[in-house]
Design a protein around this ligand. Structure first.
Ligand SMILES: [Zn+2]
Length: 155
């Protein structure tokens, strides 16, 4: 329905523009011919025909202008209303939003779980120490950095 209104509007727009343009051009040239030939005291024969043609094509130009206006209004109405287009965009937007929304709480719930598990493992962690100089090292270190003595695990 909207497409039909839009197409009709554009067709009327083009027809009105063409008709108005042709009517205006012919009537203008007829008026020019009349003005150059028939304004003397004794006008030659055919001046009445030129005058009537000028008025006929002036009417065609007016009709074309009206057709153009109607076409313009139809095109604007067809472009503004678009009930099908608006409905389609609303349907497309909703699933995209609902697909994105559940992902937000998921990504926020993961880091606290990891943080608490790393905290509990850290509190149970033992340290290493050097029996020669007494320097403390993190668990996993095997030799002292100062004197290369094998480290022992703290109890
Ligand atoms: Zn040491």
């Amino acid at each position: 329905m909207r497409t039909a209104v839009l197409v009709l509007g554009i067709v009327l727009l083009v027809l009105g523009l063409a008709g108005g343009g042709i009517g205006l051009a012919v009537s203008n040239s007829d008026v020019a011919t009349y003005n150059s030939r028939c304004l003397g005291l004794f006008p030659p024969s055919g001046c009445a025909a030129v005058a009537s043609e000028a008025s006929t094509f002036a009417f065609v130009a007016l009709l074309g202008g009206l057709l153009f206006l109607v076409g313009l209004i139809l095109t604007i109405v067809g472009a503004v209303l678009k009930p099908e287009g608006a409905e389609a965009t609303r349907v497309v937007v909703q699933p995209v939003y609902s697909a994105v929304a559940p992902q937000i709480p998921q990504s926020y719930s993961t880091p606290p779980g990891q943080l608490s598990s790393s905290l509990t493992s850290q509190s149970n962690q033992k340290e290493m120490f050097c029996p020669a100089c007494g320097t403390h090292y993190p668990l996993g270190t095997q030799f002292c950095g100062k004197d290369a003595t094998p480290l022992k695990e703290m109890v």
